[in-house]
Design a protein around this ligand. Sequence first.
Ligand code: PRP
Ligand code: URA
Length: 211
Amino acid sequence: MRLHVADHPLVTHKLSVLRDRATPSPTFRELARELVTLLAYEATRNVRTVEVEVVTPVTTTTGLAIADPKPLVVPILRAGLGMLDGFVALVPTAEVGFLGMARNEETLQPTTYAERLPDDLTGRQCFVLDPMLATGGSLSAAIQFLVDRGASDVTAICLIAAPEGVAAVEKATAGLDVTVVVGALDEKLNEVGYIVPGLGDAGDRLYGTVG
Ligand code: PRP
Ligand code: URA
């Protein structure tokens, strides 16, 4: 697994506002969108391309186009949905699949409650969106889901990660072609599985609490 931690003042600035508990949902959603666009720029560095001929007003030259099959982007519901617009702003031709996962807040184990993905992902480049990489259980399960359907390489974009979660994903994906791009690598997990300093519950901050 390759880990890329963004090292850019704009990312850190936007994350600092996101972390602030006084930041309201509308601002939080807008910042999450902007952050993903910045991180997607790095995450798509190895997106597959083909050469194309371009006729400019002056001459004919060779350019690049994103290759077929187009990349598949998979937001992990619920919180990952807040990252989708920012990703497709940068890669508008990406296809979109959905995985719904919820972490049991007592056992910290994820369960998958929804799935809408192509049956066959053979050879597909996949991008997974999930703002929080905490224990790593959700992301590990999501990556396994895609690999089981044939995905050839998977890049995850997370806003904030805990070292414990990064280590868990690395172990779970040994031997697979996986890249994780994060906006910040935080200090640790606390005793209830939240990232410290983190930003709290990403889904709640985006969409409000669920009953
Ligand atoms: C959050 C977050 C990740 C997961 C991370 O989702 O968006 O999916 O927890 O935790 P982990 O690394 O320990 O698995 P949550 O399960 O709270 O669901 P939500 O997005 O619906 O709020
Ligand atoms: N899920 C969140 O939304 N936040 C955390 O800090 C950990 C898991």
